[in-house]
Structure formats: structure tokens, C-alpha cells
Design a protein around this ligand. Structure first.
Ligand code: SF4
Ligand code: SF4
Length: 311
């Protein structure tokens, strides 16, 4: 079976020369659409499948060029604190992107573009030499890649047809049928483990964890795909030592000590992205200190696991 390169989805970023998201130098493809709603989401522009307008108010000079460009009459110039900026009425905005090209300051951006597998693969292939010589490959991330399984499966097949290694970064929240379809084309599974308590998992992400943990077991133990477990460390939510120890026990006892653990300290990028999407942010999460991350690393290593902070 060969890949169907006409399948499409909405892609919001193709990042080159990545040294995270797997070994070596990588190209990481980010798709839009996710069934989870993690409180700490670092990529809120990936939540919805459709393209979305992002507005960076610090860049806006209130020139007004975007106002007439909007077919929905959603944009006006308003005073905010001590300066004037453009304001978008999100209840009228249809995310059409017409205002983006009007702005010379790059204060407006449309996150997401419909792309075929063929278009993505043509970009990925350009870096084949770097990927090959560094032991890298392509990673597909999101959003949630298992939320667009047809695209993901065909992209992975196409990448293999080009002789490039594949990795998938996922919450693993999907049916067993989708897992089996996708993971037979995967060389490395980057699996997120967000909380071991299913009630807290549901509270913080919108979904329980039983299906996720069962899928990670299946990927590692039955499909025999190498797994890196990625644990976002979010102050006040899941980075307490009780939960991290419980996660380490799950990995050691139910997967094995061949699983690499990546402890990912919270960063604030998602907070500014929420603002540019017009979402209210009346809270802030504390970034864990380097010392605390090293304490967690030593604790997880105590379970016989190989641990890295980041990536
Ligand atoms: S994206 Fe389209 S509808 Fe939304 S503000 Fe810009 S021009 Fe108007
Ligand atoms: S065109 Fe750009 S700089 Fe000018 S008002 Fe609109 S967003 Fe601001």
C-alpha cells in the first residue's frame, strides 16, 4: 500500500532544524485540532481544526489599514491604556485572514493553512541530508495528530517511502483502531503522560487517563514501538513529587526501563498565545526552578530510568 498524498489537514507550523522532539536534527510538523483542553496548553492556536486569527497588540501602530479590509466589519481602532490599537470583535470575525496582508507591521497572522501530504512531504524532503547525517527524522506533533488519523497515517507512510525516520508526539487519546493504523508506521513514539489520577486528569485536560495509559502500554508492549515518555511539569497541577513518583512507577512496572523519560518544565509561551487569540488570561502558572527539576530528575532516575530535562 502506498501513501495517498492528496489527503489534507490544517497545519500551523513546520519547524526545521529542531533538536527536540526526538533524536538528531528533525523537521517537526504541527497539525491543528485537539480533543483535549489542557489548562497549561503551550499551543492554544492548535486547539481548533480551522485556521484562527492571531493579533499581536505590541506590534500594532493603529495605522488603520486593516479596518476597511475586513468584510465582516469586525475591526475598529480603540484606545487601550495610553495608546491606540486595532480591536477585533471576535464575535464577528470569521477568521478569513483578509486583514493579515493589509498589516505591514505583522501584527496579524492566520494560524493554520490547509496542506496536502504532498505539500508537507516536499518541505520535509528538503532537509533529508541533515536528518540522515544526524540520525534525525520527521516528527508530527500538534494539536493532536491522532485527531486527523487519515492525514497522519498517510504522511507517515510517505515519509517512510522517502527513506526518512518517523516520530509521533501525542497524548495517545484515541481508539485502539486509530492507534493500530498509525503506530505501524512509527519509529519512535513520544507519549505524553499528564497525570496518574484519572479524576485530576479529567479536571485539568477534559478527558480521563485510562484509555491513554492502556494505549501507551499497547504501543510499547504489543506493537513494540520504542517509547519516550514526556511529562509536562506544571506547578500546582502535576509536578508534585507524589504524582511524578507514581508516573515513574507506571513506566518502570508496566512499560520497562528502556523507556526514556523527558521532564518538560512549564514555559509561558502559551500564555502570550492565548492573549493573541483574544482569550482572557486572569491567571499565571509559576515556572519550576532548575533545582526542582533536578530533584525530580534524580527521583525518577532512582527508579532505574534514563531521564532528561527538556526535549
Ligand atoms: S480574519 Fe477576516 S473576519 Fe477576522 S478580522 Fe480579519 S478580515 Fe475580519
Ligand atoms: S494594519 Fe496592523 S498596524 Fe495597522 S491598525 Fe491594523 S493591526 Fe494595527
Amino acid at each position: 500500500m502506498t501513501a495517498d498524498r492528496t489527503v489534507k489537514t490544517t497545519v500551523f507550523n513546520i519547524q526545521t532544524y529542531c533538536i527536540h522532539d526526538g533524536p538528531g536534527i528533525r523537521v517537526t510538523v504541527f497539525v491543528k485540532g485537539c480533543p483535549l483542553r489542557c489548562v497549561w496548553c503551550a499551543n492554544p492556536e492548535s486547539n481548533l481544526r480551522k485556521p484562527q486569527l492571531m493579533f499581536y497588540k505590541d506590534k500594532c501602530t493603529a495605522c488603520g489599514r486593516c479596518v476597511d479590509r475586513c468584510p465582516e466589519k469586525a475591526i475598529s481602532i480603540r484606545q487601550e491604556k495610553d495608546k491606540y490599537i486595532s480591536f477585533t470583535d471576535r464575535s464577528l470575525c470569521k477568521d478569513c485572514g483578509a486583514c493579515v496582508s493589509a498589516c505591514m507591521q505583522e501584527a496579524r497572522e492566520l494560524a493554520g493553512e490547509e496542506m496536502t501530504v504532498e505539500a508537507v512531504i516536499n518541505r520535509v524532503k528538503k532537509d533529508k541530508l541533515f536528518m540522515e547525517t544526524s540520525g534525525g527524522g520527521m516528527t508530527i506533533s500538534g494539536g493532536e495528530v491522532l485527531f486527523c488519523p487519515e492525514f497522519t497515517e498517510n504522511l507517515l507512510m510517505a515519509v517512510h517511502e522517502e527513506g526518512i525516520q518517523t516520530a509521533v508526539e501525542s497524548s495517545c487519546f484515541a481508539s485502539r483502531e486509530v492507534i493500530d493504523r498509525v503506530y505501524r508506521h512509527v519509529d519512535l513514539a513520544l507519549c505524553d503522560i499528564k497525570h496518574m489520577d484519572t479524576n485530576l486528569h479529567r479536571e485539568y485536560t477534559g478527558v480521563p487517563n485510562e484509555q491513554i495509559l492502556a494505549n501507551i502500554r499497547h504501543i510499547h508492549n504489543d506493537l513494540q514501538v520504542p517509547v519516550w515518555a514526556r511529562i509536562p511539569c506544571i506547578t500546582g497541577y502535576n509536578s508534585d513529587k507524589v504524582n511524578i513518583a507514581s508516573t515513574a512507577r507506571f513506566i518502570r512496572n508496566e512499560l520497562g526501563t528502556d523507556v526514556r523519560v523527558c521532564l518538560l518544565p512549564y514555559h509561558r509561551l502559551g500564555e502570550s498565545k492565548n492573549e493573541s487569540l483574544g482569550k482572557d488570561m486572569d491567571w499565571s502558572i509559576e515556572i519550576p526552578s532548575d533545582d526542582y527539576m533536578q530533584e525530580l530528575k534524580a527521583m525518577v532516575e532512582g527508579y532505574g530510568l534514563t531521564v532528561q530535562v527538556g526535549g
